[in-house]
Design a protein around this ligand. Sequence first.
Ligand code: SF4
Length: 414
Amino acid sequence: MTLQEIEYYVENLPYLSYQQRRILKEEALDLELWGEKHITDFLPTQEELEGMQKNQVKTVFNNAVSQITQKRRTPIDYSTFNPSYDFNERKPNIIADFKAPEKILGSCPCPKDGELTRCCNLKTLDAVQQCGFACAYCSIQSFYSNDEIKVVSDLDAYLDRLLLKDLNKETVNKETVNNEIWHIGTGQASDSLLLGDDFGTLSALGHFAKRNPQTIIELKTKSARTNWLSLNLPRNIVSTWSINAKTIVEKEEHLTASLNARINAAKKCSQENRLVGFHIHPMIYFKGWEEEYSNLVKQLCDNIEVNNVVMIGLGALTFTKQNLKALRESGRPTRVTQMELTPIAGKFSYPMEVKKKMFSFVYNEFPQEWKEKVFFYLCMEDPSLWMPCLGREYTNNAEFEEDMKNHYLAKINS
Ligand code: SF4
């Protein structure tokens, strides 16, 4: 059913309140994305409904919602999901003469008040805006125009200006900035290695990192590019790969490099004695998740030299309201929304019990040596999950931030 058909159908159901129609519409749109059933399969026909009393309609509504909720609680079955959608049809143009707007340095999307999530206070640098990959759950794609990838062309000059400016203060002297430890990520507005150094982005970052040895620059990618290794970037540029269970890579992370290709790229990087890291994020609760995440951990440990691994971040699939709306309206097939969508810190994610199960399982799959030598953390997650999942916790975000930076710098300087 199309968006219009769903709207027409739901609007014409008798007796339902505004809230009930809204819920049914969302359920109907999600069912279309999952590609198995339509909302009409859960309700009597229009004629039957019209012949019912108000309380009977209420009962059929509740039954329909409860059947779909049951489905959301069950791990996703990807064995029946083989969409024929052509993700290759998305071919954004590259705009390479984009001058840096006043602010391309920002902060991570954790809520700023109340420490609802344990946040490392990552600064984000939007050196490239929009991505050429097509991960189903991605919020970046709907944030920027879908037709173009903008590459900041004056990044060197912009970063120079940063030496004299701080995020919160108008001006600070050069020495103050140099004494601060900045942790900057470039993978929050695009994929950090999608374009490699084709437009000089990595060279500009390398130049900045060399002049600011106290700065940690973190690249994050789902690509398998390694030609940038010849740039000999300074050691305070850490390359990280976003990895996931093989099924998730194949069914939901469209146009990205395969899992093997990503791990081989990380291996090559580590073999050149460069520091690497991994984001096992967003973890997804699907049929076979334990076996596949266990295989993922084994593959990492078999291929990557632990002494070169700086960090491993774990996080669960999470949506903003806008992200869900865009996904539902796009009509692109996916099963990522087949989850309970529990409200948490202004977003929607798995219930805490599911998160606890997944994070502690993955962490416990790592051998002791990895647990001792690598900085493990939960990314943008509820602080109460740390102790049961990782066996340690912080009393506040500042403590986490400091510990993380100290671990990174210890590896960088080793
Ligand atoms: S690689 Fe990252 S930025 Fe690109 S589509 Fe996937 S999640 Fe979005």
